[in-house]
Structure formats: C-alpha cells, structure tokens
Design a protein. Structure first.
Length: 72
C-alpha cells in the first residue's frame, strides 16, 4: 500500500501549500539557522514587527538563544 499512502500524503501537502509559510517551523530549527530562514518561518511582515519590538525591549540582544531575532 506504499504507493497509495504516498499519494494521499503528497495530495494533502499540495492542497495545504497555498497557506504554508516557506521557511519552516521555528521550534524545530537549529540555533545556527541562517537569518533568512528564520525570517521566512515568521513571514517578512511579522519578522519586521518582531525586530522592531526587539529593538524596543531588548536592544542589547540579551535574549539571543535559539532562533535569534536581532534588533534593528
């Protein structure tokens, strides 16, 4: 039944693709992921808002572990 199971999994993934963020899931990323991949996981608009918040509340980038969002 491999072909049948693979087919429905691919069909489901294709159907969900229009609503997917292309970067990946941030909680499963390594700490040294490239910044562009972290940005893609949040989406460009949200990432820019998060950077602005980080500049306001953590300008020294003390909270920088895991997938860091650097201040502006």
């Amino acid at each position: 039944m491999d072909e049948q199971q693979i087919a429905w999994a691919r069909e489901t993934a294709a159907a969900m693709e229009p609503w997917a963020v292309s970067g990946g899931y941030a909680n499963y990323m390594q700490a040294d992921e490239p910044l562009e991949r972290v940005r893609a996981s949040f989406g460009a608009e949200a990432f820019d808002r998060l950077r602005a918040l980080k500049s306001r509340y953590d300008p020294a980038n003390v909270l920088r572990r895991n997938q860091n969002i650097p201040p502006l």
